[in-house]
Design a binder for this molecule. Sequence first.
Ligand SMILES: CC(C)(COP(=O)(O)OP(=O)(O)OC[C@H]1O[C@@H](n2cnc3c(N)ncnc32)[C@H](O)[C@@H]1OP(=O)(O)O)[C@@H](O)C(=O)NCCC(=O)NCCS
Length: 197
Amino acid sequence: MATLSFKIFRGPEIASVLASLGKLRIAVFKDWPYLYQGSLEYETDYLRIYAHSPRSFLFTVSDGNEMVGATTCLPLADETNEVKEPFLKAGMDLTSIFYFGESVLLPPYRGLGLGHRFFEEREAHARSFGSFKFTCFCGVVRPKDHPSRPLDYRPLDEFWVKRGYQPKPELQSQFEWLDIGDALPTQKPMLYWMKTL
Ligand SMILES: CC(C)(COP(=O)(O)OP(=O)(O)OC[C@H]1O[C@@H](n2cnc3c(N)ncnc32)[C@H](O)[C@@H]1OP(=O)(O)O)[C@@H](O)C(=O)NCCC(=O)NCCS
């Protein structure tokens, strides 16, 4: 493994790396529990939301010229309606919440502490505005007996709790995507986790 390099992109700067980020997301999310059959066209379109948000943030890890890890965040108010909806229904003030998008690392780079770094970088960015009280992210909820669940899968819940996050069963969205091997996209329940900054 060559020396890893780290880079921060803010707001419109993110537009320059949408394709690399999309490619990385597809490579990581094809595995359990996401099983995501992604397309680069959809990815670059979806990720534009970050390039359009002036207070968004992307932290990347590169090995040579290849992006091997990345994490994103932006104010919840700049997210899509499907993400904002449960918070609005719960009567929460969107302007006090920073939303954390994906944390993705190619498997050879896991277990080095970069997952912790991803949280530290994003929380520092959210704190830097002085106006956000909470951070949140969501994770897919799959049935425990799903046939594609690897026998040795270790859920990230323990890690998230260690980072100070708590699951919020009252905050859930449905995201639709095509699971690998399926003919049609299906809705998946996404559970939000929150932390007081
Ligand atoms: C989430 C992810 C970025 C974490 O990366 P990482 O660099 O391996 O994380 P770290 O090395 O900082 O380890 C973080 C914690 O994860 C836990 N962990 C380590 N290996 C693990 C494994 N194989 N499975 C589950 N948890 C593991 C440990 O508790 C560790 O904490 P500790 O070192 O304090 O004991 C990486 O696992 C990943 O890309 N996963 C696939 C995508 C995903 O599910 N992302 C999250 C939702 S977007």
